[in-house]
Design a protein around this ligand. Structure first.
Ligand SMILES: Nc1ncnc2c1ncn2[C@@H]1O[C@H](COP(=O)(O)OP(=O)(O)O)[C@@H](O)[C@H]1O
Ligand SMILES: [Mg+2]
Length: 258
Protein backbone atom coordinates (compact mmCIF):
# COMPACT_ATOMS: atom_id res chain seq x y z
CA UNK A 1 0.00 0.00 0.00
CA UNK A 2 1.34 3.43 -0.93
CA UNK A 3 1.72 5.77 2.04
CA UNK A 4 2.17 9.52 1.88
CA UNK A 5 4.65 11.24 4.15
CA UNK A 6 3.30 14.08 6.27
CA UNK A 7 6.63 15.90 6.20
CA UNK A 8 7.02 15.05 9.90
CA UNK A 9 9.26 11.94 9.96
CA UNK A 10 8.65 11.16 13.65
CA UNK A 11 4.93 11.27 12.98
CA UNK A 12 5.14 9.08 9.87
CA UNK A 13 6.81 6.43 12.01
CA UNK A 14 3.71 6.28 14.25
CA UNK A 15 1.54 5.24 11.30
CA UNK A 16 3.76 2.75 9.50
CA UNK A 17 5.32 5.31 7.21
CA UNK A 18 2.54 7.69 6.28
CA UNK A 19 -1.08 8.22 5.39
CA UNK A 20 -2.43 5.50 3.07
CA UNK A 21 -3.07 6.83 -0.40
CA UNK A 22 -6.74 7.62 -1.04
CA UNK A 23 -7.64 8.02 2.64
CA UNK A 24 -9.91 10.68 4.08
CA UNK A 25 -8.36 11.67 7.41
CA UNK A 26 -9.95 14.00 9.97
CA UNK A 27 -7.74 16.31 12.03
CA UNK A 28 -9.83 17.35 14.99
CA UNK A 29 -8.99 19.65 17.84
CA UNK A 30 -9.31 22.99 19.56
CA UNK A 31 -8.06 26.21 17.97
CA UNK A 32 -4.32 26.81 18.01
CA UNK A 33 -3.36 23.17 18.36
CA UNK A 34 -1.47 22.89 15.07
CA UNK A 35 -4.01 21.47 12.61
CA UNK A 36 -3.36 24.07 9.92
CA UNK A 37 0.43 23.85 10.24
CA UNK A 38 0.27 20.04 10.10
CA UNK A 39 -1.88 20.31 6.95
CA UNK A 40 0.55 22.74 5.34
CA UNK A 41 3.40 20.37 6.07
CA UNK A 42 1.47 17.56 4.35
CA UNK A 43 0.91 19.70 1.25
CA UNK A 44 4.52 20.91 1.18
CA UNK A 45 5.86 17.38 1.49
CA UNK A 46 3.58 16.36 -1.38
CA UNK A 47 4.98 19.03 -3.64
CA UNK A 48 8.51 17.90 -2.78
CA UNK A 49 7.50 14.30 -3.57
CA UNK A 50 6.05 15.25 -6.95
CA UNK A 51 2.37 15.27 -5.94
CA UNK A 52 -0.12 17.97 -6.83
CA UNK A 53 -1.71 19.98 -4.02
CA UNK A 54 -5.03 21.67 -3.43
CA UNK A 55 -5.62 23.59 -0.22
CA UNK A 56 -9.07 24.90 0.65
CA UNK A 57 -8.98 27.55 3.36
CA UNK A 58 -12.18 28.71 5.03
CA UNK A 59 -10.81 30.41 8.11
CA UNK A 60 -7.77 32.30 6.90
CA UNK A 61 -7.07 34.07 3.64
CA UNK A 62 -4.82 32.61 0.97
CA UNK A 63 -2.22 35.25 1.84
CA UNK A 64 -2.27 34.30 5.51
CA UNK A 65 -1.82 30.61 4.67
CA UNK A 66 1.13 31.32 2.38
CA UNK A 67 2.73 33.65 4.92
CA UNK A 68 2.35 31.03 7.64
CA UNK A 69 4.02 28.40 5.45
CA UNK A 70 6.91 30.72 4.74
CA UNK A 71 7.71 30.89 8.47
CA UNK A 72 8.69 27.24 8.26
CA UNK A 73 10.70 27.75 5.07
CA UNK A 74 8.04 26.05 2.98
CA UNK A 75 7.98 28.02 -0.23
CA UNK A 76 4.51 27.26 -1.48
CA UNK A 77 4.33 30.40 -3.61
CA UNK A 78 6.84 28.96 -6.05
CA UNK A 79 4.41 26.13 -6.87
CA UNK A 80 1.31 28.30 -6.98
CA UNK A 81 -1.00 27.71 -9.96
CA UNK A 82 1.51 25.25 -11.41
CA UNK A 83 1.30 22.32 -9.00
CA UNK A 84 -0.59 23.96 -6.15
CA UNK A 85 -3.91 25.78 -5.98
CA UNK A 86 -5.11 27.47 -2.81
CA UNK A 87 -8.88 27.85 -2.88
CA UNK A 88 -9.87 30.83 -0.75
CA UNK A 89 -13.27 30.21 0.76
CA UNK A 90 -13.13 33.05 3.22
CA UNK A 91 -16.11 34.63 1.50
CA UNK A 92 -14.79 38.09 1.06
CA UNK A 93 -15.81 40.17 -1.87
CA UNK A 94 -13.14 38.97 -4.15
CA UNK A 95 -13.12 38.16 -7.80
CA UNK A 96 -10.56 35.55 -8.44
CA UNK A 97 -10.78 32.25 -10.16
CA UNK A 98 -9.90 30.31 -7.03
CA UNK A 99 -12.32 31.85 -4.57
CA UNK A 100 -15.66 30.38 -3.58
CA UNK A 101 -18.80 32.44 -4.00
CA UNK A 102 -20.77 30.37 -1.59
CA UNK A 103 -19.61 28.06 1.12
CA UNK A 104 -21.35 24.77 0.54
CA UNK A 105 -20.26 21.24 -0.26
CA UNK A 106 -21.38 21.23 -3.90
CA UNK A 107 -19.63 24.48 -4.70
CA UNK A 108 -16.49 23.29 -2.95
CA UNK A 109 -16.41 19.96 -4.74
CA UNK A 110 -16.92 21.65 -8.08
CA UNK A 111 -14.05 24.08 -7.44
CA UNK A 112 -11.74 21.31 -6.26
CA UNK A 113 -12.41 19.27 -9.40
CA UNK A 114 -11.89 22.35 -11.56
CA UNK A 115 -8.56 22.91 -9.78
CA UNK A 116 -7.52 19.31 -10.34
CA UNK A 117 -8.31 19.57 -14.04
CA UNK A 118 -6.25 22.74 -14.24
CA UNK A 119 -3.27 21.12 -12.49
CA UNK A 120 -3.45 18.09 -14.71
CA UNK A 121 -2.75 14.40 -14.38
CA UNK A 122 -1.03 13.04 -11.29
CA UNK A 123 -1.38 11.94 -7.70
CA UNK A 124 -2.91 14.72 -5.63
CA UNK A 125 -3.26 15.77 -2.01
CA UNK A 126 -6.22 17.79 -0.81
CA UNK A 127 -6.68 19.71 2.42
CA UNK A 128 -10.07 21.06 3.51
CA UNK A 129 -9.35 23.47 6.37
CA UNK A 130 -11.90 23.42 7.86
CA UNK A 131 -14.61 21.02 6.85
CA UNK A 132 -16.70 22.17 9.86
CA UNK A 133 -17.26 25.46 8.06
CA UNK A 134 -19.54 23.55 5.68
CA UNK A 135 -22.02 22.70 8.40
CA UNK A 136 -21.64 25.48 10.94
CA UNK A 137 -25.35 26.24 10.75
CA UNK A 138 -26.40 22.60 10.48
CA UNK A 139 -24.21 20.30 12.60
CA UNK A 140 -26.67 17.46 12.15
CA UNK A 141 -25.66 17.38 8.48
CA UNK A 142 -21.98 16.78 9.28
CA UNK A 143 -22.02 13.09 8.53
CA UNK A 144 -23.97 13.42 5.30
CA UNK A 145 -21.78 16.24 3.99
CA UNK A 146 -18.56 14.45 4.95
CA UNK A 147 -19.77 11.29 3.26
CA UNK A 148 -20.62 13.24 0.13
CA UNK A 149 -17.15 14.82 0.02
CA UNK A 150 -15.45 11.49 0.54
CA UNK A 151 -17.53 9.67 -2.04
CA UNK A 152 -17.20 12.25 -4.81
CA UNK A 153 -13.56 13.16 -4.25
CA UNK A 154 -12.51 9.55 -3.92
CA UNK A 155 -13.11 9.12 -7.64
CA UNK A 156 -10.49 11.77 -8.24
CA UNK A 157 -7.90 9.80 -6.32
CA UNK A 158 -7.21 12.45 -3.73
CA UNK A 159 -5.69 11.75 -0.36
CA UNK A 160 -7.57 14.12 1.91
CA UNK A 161 -6.96 15.84 5.23
CA UNK A 162 -10.04 17.57 6.66
CA UNK A 163 -9.71 19.68 9.78
CA UNK A 164 -12.60 20.02 12.21
CA UNK A 165 -13.27 21.92 15.40
CA UNK A 166 -13.83 20.73 18.89
CA UNK A 167 -16.27 22.46 21.20
CA UNK A 168 -13.94 24.03 23.73
CA UNK A 169 -16.28 23.75 26.71
CA UNK A 170 -17.31 20.12 26.48
CA UNK A 171 -14.58 18.59 24.33
CA UNK A 172 -17.27 17.16 22.12
CA UNK A 173 -16.50 17.09 18.44
CA UNK A 174 -18.43 19.67 16.56
CA UNK A 175 -20.35 17.93 13.86
CA UNK A 176 -19.26 14.52 15.05
CA UNK A 177 -20.22 12.99 11.71
CA UNK A 178 -16.82 13.69 10.15
CA UNK A 179 -15.20 11.18 12.44
CA UNK A 180 -17.63 8.42 11.49
CA UNK A 181 -16.88 8.81 7.83
CA UNK A 182 -13.13 9.27 8.16
CA UNK A 183 -10.61 6.50 7.43
CA UNK A 184 -8.40 8.07 10.05
CA UNK A 185 -8.70 10.45 12.99
CA UNK A 186 -5.81 12.48 14.33
CA UNK A 187 -6.79 14.24 17.53
CA UNK A 188 -5.08 17.46 18.55
CA UNK A 189 -5.38 18.70 22.12
CA UNK A 190 -4.15 21.51 24.30
CA UNK A 191 -3.69 21.82 28.03
CA UNK A 192 -2.33 24.40 30.38
CA UNK A 193 -0.01 22.75 32.82
CA UNK A 194 2.08 24.63 35.38
CA UNK A 195 1.01 27.87 33.77
CA UNK A 196 2.19 26.92 30.28
CA UNK A 197 0.44 25.89 27.09
CA UNK A 198 1.11 22.33 25.98
CA UNK A 199 -0.12 20.67 22.81
CA UNK A 200 -0.64 16.99 22.12
CA UNK A 201 -1.47 14.64 19.32
CA UNK A 202 -3.11 11.20 19.39
CA UNK A 203 -3.89 8.85 16.53
CA UNK A 204 -7.41 7.73 17.39
CA UNK A 205 -7.99 5.78 14.20
CA UNK A 206 -6.10 4.80 11.06
CA UNK A 207 -7.64 2.03 9.04
CA UNK A 208 -5.38 -0.74 7.74
CA UNK A 209 -2.59 0.45 10.00
CA UNK A 210 -1.05 -0.85 13.20
CA UNK A 211 -0.77 2.68 14.52
CA UNK A 212 0.73 4.04 17.70
CA UNK A 213 -1.72 4.51 20.60
CA UNK A 214 0.06 6.97 22.87
CA UNK A 215 -0.46 10.69 23.42
CA UNK A 216 2.53 12.66 22.17
CA UNK A 217 3.46 16.18 23.13
CA UNK A 218 4.08 18.38 20.10
CA UNK A 219 5.35 21.90 19.54
CA UNK A 220 5.38 24.36 16.68
CA UNK A 221 8.92 25.48 15.93
CA UNK A 222 9.94 28.34 13.60
CA UNK A 223 11.72 27.04 10.53
CA UNK A 224 10.49 23.49 11.23
CA UNK A 225 6.74 23.30 11.76
CA UNK A 226 5.17 20.62 13.96
CA UNK A 227 7.71 18.62 15.95
CA UNK A 228 7.11 15.72 18.30
CA UNK A 229 8.68 16.26 21.72
CA UNK A 230 7.92 12.96 23.45
CA UNK A 231 5.29 10.90 25.19
CA UNK A 232 2.83 12.62 27.49
CA UNK A 233 3.11 11.79 31.16
CA UNK A 234 -0.30 10.61 32.25
CA UNK A 235 -2.00 12.50 35.02
CA UNK A 236 -5.68 11.95 35.60
CA UNK A 237 -6.45 15.61 36.22
CA UNK A 238 -5.10 16.41 32.77
CA UNK A 239 -7.78 14.60 30.89
CA UNK A 240 -10.69 14.44 33.33
CA UNK A 241 -12.49 17.67 34.10
CA UNK A 242 -13.42 18.13 37.78
CA UNK A 243 -16.74 16.47 38.67
CA UNK A 244 -18.50 19.74 39.35
CA UNK A 245 -17.59 20.97 35.86
CA UNK A 246 -18.85 17.76 34.27
CA UNK A 247 -22.13 18.08 36.22
CA UNK A 248 -22.57 21.62 34.93
CA UNK A 249 -21.99 20.49 31.36
CA UNK A 250 -24.46 17.64 31.73
CA UNK A 251 -27.08 20.03 33.13
CA UNK A 252 -26.55 22.46 30.28
CA UNK A 253 -26.86 19.66 27.72
CA UNK A 254 -30.07 18.40 29.28
CA UNK A 255 -31.50 21.92 29.27
CA UNK A 256 -30.67 22.26 25.61
CA UNK A 257 -32.78 19.23 24.74
CA UNK A 258 -35.77 20.13 26.89
N1 LIG B 1 6.33 31.03 13.30
C1 LIG B 1 5.88 30.38 14.35
N2 LIG B 1 6.71 30.01 15.34
C2 LIG B 1 6.27 29.35 16.42
N3 LIG B 1 5.00 29.01 16.63
C3 LIG B 1 4.12 29.35 15.67
C4 LIG B 1 4.50 30.04 14.49
N4 LIG B 1 3.41 30.22 13.73
C5 LIG B 1 2.39 29.68 14.41
N5 LIG B 1 2.80 29.16 15.57
C6 LIG B 1 1.98 28.47 16.59
O1 LIG B 1 0.99 27.74 15.94
C7 LIG B 1 -0.32 28.12 16.41
C8 LIG B 1 -1.31 28.06 15.28
O2 LIG B 1 -1.38 26.74 14.81
P1 LIG B 1 -2.50 26.34 13.76
O3 LIG B 1 -1.97 25.19 13.01
O4 LIG B 1 -2.91 27.53 12.97
O5 LIG B 1 -3.68 25.91 14.73
P2 LIG B 1 -5.14 25.36 14.35
O6 LIG B 1 -5.22 25.25 12.87
O7 LIG B 1 -5.24 24.06 15.08
O8 LIG B 1 -6.09 26.37 14.90
C9 LIG B 1 -0.15 29.50 16.93
O9 LIG B 1 -1.12 29.78 17.93
C10 LIG B 1 1.27 29.47 17.49
O10 LIG B 1 1.26 28.93 18.79
MG1 LIG C 1 -6.47 26.29 11.54
Amino acid sequence: MARLSTGIPEFDRLIEGGIPQGFFVALTGEPGTGKTIFSLSFIHQGLKDGDLGIYVTTEESRESILRQAKQFNWDLEGYLDKRLIVIDALMREKEDEWSLNELNAEELVQKVIQAKQKLGYGRARLVVDSVSALFLDKPAMARKISYYLKRVLNKWKFTILATSQYAITTSQAFGFGVEHVADGIIRFRRLVRDGKLHRYILIEKMRQTNHDKYVWEIDVVPGKGVVILGRMQERKEDYALPKRVMDKIREANEDAFR
